[in-house]
Design a protein around this ligand. Structure first.
Ligand code: G4P
Length: 532
């Protein structure tokens, strides 16, 4: 493969994640994007993932059916010459840790907002991670076919709660449940909403200039005047469009539409593809690398145990950062400095997995993991060995003491805890003063305790006892002095160590945490642990 061919392949790739609060319409949106890509013919094919209502048994069932997981996977398809990789992130907060890590593999993000609800909790958290990485963020305000918040107020809300300014690419007409369509500011034309649910097909549209008198008749005097007023206001008082700021994640292009009725999706997709970045260069321990470098490199951002009891294998998801992957290729595993063969690689399309012969920088592949990989591991082909920066750890929100009911099962118990923590599904802490094998386990969502119990029993044949702890906030402690229980006074809190022997304080709630911070002004409390 010549450098030019590699360049062409890299430049046509767009790898992004959709971030949103549950119910904003991410499943619907994903499905409609796949529809345009011809990846599915009928909407309704992508299974709804209303994980909020899941019980463990459903979770297991879904794992089996999809063979992959309700946690993040990747969908890819081609559209007008582009290769699109959608990193599918679970909306359910029980899997948020996984979602955070997935964002590390994305080159941009689409923030989906329910027009009636505005910026919700889960979106804030995920946005924070995107911001940290400085990736471009594109906003899609969904459900415009229903009554929505005033769009100017939405812009304000985004700026106030997320600290990013927005640039509306189009503008909704009728937001009180009288939706008539949108005005496209770039192309200066109105696109009419035809109502109904034509979501199973590709939407038709009727277009014309905002000053077209035809539209006064069509929209009615009130909406027509309001639109012209709003657009004039945006032109005068709004930000100018600035691609540099978009690239730096300082300005978010904003689109209004309705995923369910398929309105505004194609326009969004096309504008998004023209603006979203292709894979860029990355820095590493020895300098940096461009995606067009002939040497393959990538990092593991997710490990998923296959729930099929008959094959207790794991899949490691690798984001390719440079070069080309070829089936069965041998690479160096930077942490262990061993050679590994990337076998049985797969890509994921809707519900199916397909075997991959080749893939390029920007793509995600899932490879068979015989237990060699950890999240954050770097894989490199070629002579030069280097490591990408690891993946930061986000604080768990639920904690419990966990121990094996039968102490003779100690070995399996330790193995299970270690493997499941390598997948990133749980965080393991120890009280340095307690020698016995009693672990404090932290998880992002409560359901994961049940999943842990189920998996230890089914995969490792260990019954465990889970005793919930009254903490909900964790912070990594950076201090010159040893930080102990004495530093935190009598409030319900604990001082523990994580897997990497970093001191962590666990507090009952934000208020307690605030109190501890107040008492220890010379100590730094990190809400995200730096990568190892
Ligand atoms: P999620 O993945 O973000 O959790 O959301 P999902 O797509 O499952 O959508 C949540 C609900 O919102 C669904 O309704 C879906 O049909 C609806 N929805 C999505 N996009 C739009 C839109 O543009 N307009 C309107 N009005 N509704 C939208 P549901 O009743 O919970 O499920 P279903 O019976 O439709 O499957």
């Amino acid at each position: 493969m010549t450098t030019n061919e590699l360049k062409t392949e890299v430049s046509r790739r767009k790898t992004f994640a959709i971030i949103s609060h549950p119910d904003a319409g991410k499943t619907t949106m994903t499905e409609k994007l796949l529809l345009y890509g011809g990846a599915i013919r009928l909407a309704g094919t992508v299974k709804g993932r209303k994980a909020r209502q899941y019980a463990v048994s459903d979770w297991m069932e879904i794992e089996k059916q999809r063979g992959i997981s309700v946690t993040s996977s990747v969908l890819n398809f081609d559209y007008e010459g582009y290769r699109i990789n959608i990193l599918d992130t679970p909306g359910h907060q029980d899997f948020s840790e996984d979602t955070y890590r997935t964002l590390v593999a994305a080159d941009s993000a689409v923030m989906l907002i329910d027009g009636a609800k505005g910026v919700e909790e889960q979106t804030k958290k995920l946005f924070h991670v995107c911001r940290m990485r400085g990736i471009p963020i594109f906003t899609f305000v969904n459900k415009c076919d229903r009554a929505c918040k005033n769009p100017l107020e939405l812009m304000e809300e985004i700026e106030e709660t997320l600290g990013i300014r927005s640039y509306p690419m189009n503008w909704p007409i009728g937001t009180d449940g009288d939706f008539k369509g949108v005005y496209d500011r770039q192309q200066m034309k109105i696109e009419l909403f035809e109502g109904g649910n034509h979501g199973q097909n590709i939407a038709a549209s009727d277009t014309g200039n905002v000053d077209d008198v035809r539209f006064e008749a069509l929209l009615g005097e009130r909406l027509y005047n309001k639109l012209r007023e709003d657009v004039a206001l945006l032109d005068i008082a709004g930000d100018a469009f600035d691609m540099e700021k978009v690239r730096a994640g300082e300005l978010t292009p904003m689109f209004f539409g309705s995923a369910m009725t398929n309105f505004g999706i194609r326009q969004f997709l096309e504008a998004f593809l023209s603006m979203a970045p292709s894979p860029g260069g990355r820095t590493h321990s020895e300098g940096g690398i461009t995606p067009e470098d002939e040497n393959f490199s990538g990092f593991v951002f997710k490990i998923q145990a296959n729930m099929d009891a008959a094959h207790r294998d794991r899949i490691a998801f690798i984001r390719i950062c440079s070069g080309k992957y070829e089936k069965g290729m041998e690479v160096s595993h930077a942490r262990t400095k061993r050679k590994v063969r990337l076998a049985q690689s797969q890509q994921f399309m809707a519900q199916e997995r397909t075997s991959v012969e080749e893939a390029y920088a920007g793509d995600i592949i899932g490879v068979f993991d015989p237990g060699t990989f950890k999240i954050g591991d770097t894989l490199v082909a070629g002579q030069k060995l280097f490591r990408y920066e690891g993946i930061p750890m986000f604080p768990a929100e639920h904690f419990a003491e966990v121990l094996a009911k039968d102490s003779s099962k100690r070995k399996q118990f330790l193995k299970g805890i270690q493997q499941i923590s390598e997948e990133g599904a749980i965080q393991v802490f120890k009280d340095p003063n307690i020698g016995i094998e009693l672990y404090t386990i932290g998880v992002a969502g409560e359901l994961q305790f049940e999943v842990l119990e189920y998996r230890l029993k089914n995969e490792y044949n260990v019954d465990i006892q889970i005793r919930r702890l009254p903490y909900s906030a964790a912070r990594w402690v950076v201090s010159d002095q040893k930080f102990t229980k004495d530093n935190i006074g009598y409030y319900e809190a604990a001082v523990v160590e994580d897997q990497y022997e970093r001191t962590v304080v666990l507090a009952k709630n934000q208020w307690t945490l605030g109190y501890i911070q107040e008492k220890n002004k010379d100590v730094t409390f990190l809400d995200i642990a730096p990568p190892i």
